[in-house]
Ligand binder design. Structure first.
Ligand code: GZL
Length: 363
């Protein structure tokens, strides 16, 4: 019996009981199913209840992602969205999912803070016959039947795109191998976004002989990015590339670089520190990329609301969505020297960032 059908039955029973109590009092028992019962049942049957466990509100990317989900699952479109903010804590997300199961929602959507540790609560949802859609970051499970499907980004590809861009840009500057002294301000450790982006950097550092000096978590936040960058600048005197695993960390890193009397920009040989970043959502970061303070931003598209809604519509219509749906994404840079990158014989064009591109983007 579906959760929606259970909700309809409970509404009808509660209204019917109320009607009988009223009828007993007033002697009017010519019908049990009052108009309000039919209305209530009708409204329940028309409403799709979505339980969404969002991981937090740590970045501009996350805010845009939450807004996209709220817009996609609005009441005027026949949805009831139960939105729970996990505040970057897996325990809070697990509690939210259990609450959704108790409430008998129609679908659970999970944006997991980290990859591991979801099997038991996903099994509880499966036993309750509630489909679970994973969005954005990925979960690592013993059995991928524990979730219906996933939609998000290929973070490992994002990392390799960034590094191939860096390799080509460095070559255009007459730099290679050990000329590059790189630090990585990582995202939330254990998140698939951090795992993939870090894997790309480590692979290409080994491949091209880059000097990867340190990798330290910046938790995808500006404050932590600033703190980590400041410490790195004290520790090392030859950093010339900072790989930031999201834009908010890049903003913090730039603040620390400037506070140390150094300059974020394109002229590595001239003493600039080159900034690489991911997302392309924060407007300050995009403007920094336009003016060259940030050399390259690998797009990470946050607008998953319509994608998740399409999946739910497919399920509602008895269809089977793809198990994994990867979002296609570009790279942004205002430097004209690198116009494309090649990964595994696939070519990815670089979007030359102009004000017009900024003005016409979807977010
Ligand atoms: C990526 C997403 C990451 C963003 C960060 O899909 O999970 O989390 O890159 C965000 O900005 O905090």
């Amino acid at each position: 019996m579906s959760n929606r059908f259970k909700r309809i039955i409970s509404v009808i029973l509660s209204v019917a009981v109320a009607a009988m109590i009223t009828a007993c009092g007033s002697g009017n028992n010519d019908h049990i199913m009052t108009d309000s019962a039919a209305d209530a049942a009708g409204s329940v049957s028309d409403t799709t209840v979505i339980g969404f466990s969002q991981l937090g509100a740590e970045s501009d990317w996350r805010s845009a992602n939450s807004e996209s989900m709220r817009e996609a699952f609005s009441a005027d479109k026949g949805y009831e969205l139960l939105f729970e903010d996990g505040q970057q804590k897996q325990s809070k997300q697990i509690t939210a999912i259990r609450s959704f199961i108790q409430q008998g929602v129609d679908y659970i959507v999970l944006a997991p803070v980290t990859q591991e540790g979801w099997d038991s609560v996903l099994l509880e949802a499966k036993e309750a016959e509630i489909p679970v859609i994973i969005v954005d970051r990925m979960v690592e499970t013993e059995d991928d039947d524990l979730f219906t499907c996933w939609v998000g980004s290929d973070f490992y590809l994002e990392g390799r795109k960034a590094c191939e861009w860096l390799h080509r840009y460095a070559a255009s500057q007459g730099l290679s191998g050990n000329d590059l002294h790189i630090v990585n301000i990582q995202g939330t450790i254990g998140s698939s976004a951090q795992i993939g982006r870090t894997a790309g950097l480590e692979e290409y550092s080994a491949k091209y002989g880059w000097d990867l000096r340190e990798e330290t978590p910046g938790d995808f936040t500006q404050a932590k990015g600033r703190e980590v960058m400041a410490q790195m600048l004290v520790t090392y005197n030859n950093i010339n590339v900072v790989y930031c695993e999201n834009d908010n960390e890049a903003l913090g890193a730039i603040e620390a670089i400037e506070a140390a009397g150094k300059h974020a920009g394109p002229d590595i040989a001239g003493g600039d520190i080159l900034i690489m970043s991911f997302d392309g959502v924060n407007q300050t970061a995009i403007n920094y990329c336009l003016e060259g303070t940030i050399a390259c931003i690998v797009e990470c598209n946050p607008l998953h609301g319509p994608r998740v809604e399409n999946i739910i519509q497919t399920l509602q219509n008895g269809g089977t969505p793809d198990k994994l749906e990867y979002v296609s994404e570009t790279l942004y840079s205002s430097y004209e020297t690198v116009r494309e990158v090649r990964i595994d014989s696939e070519t990815y064009p670089v979007t030359l960032l102009t004000q017009d591109v900024i003005d016409t983007r979807a977010y």
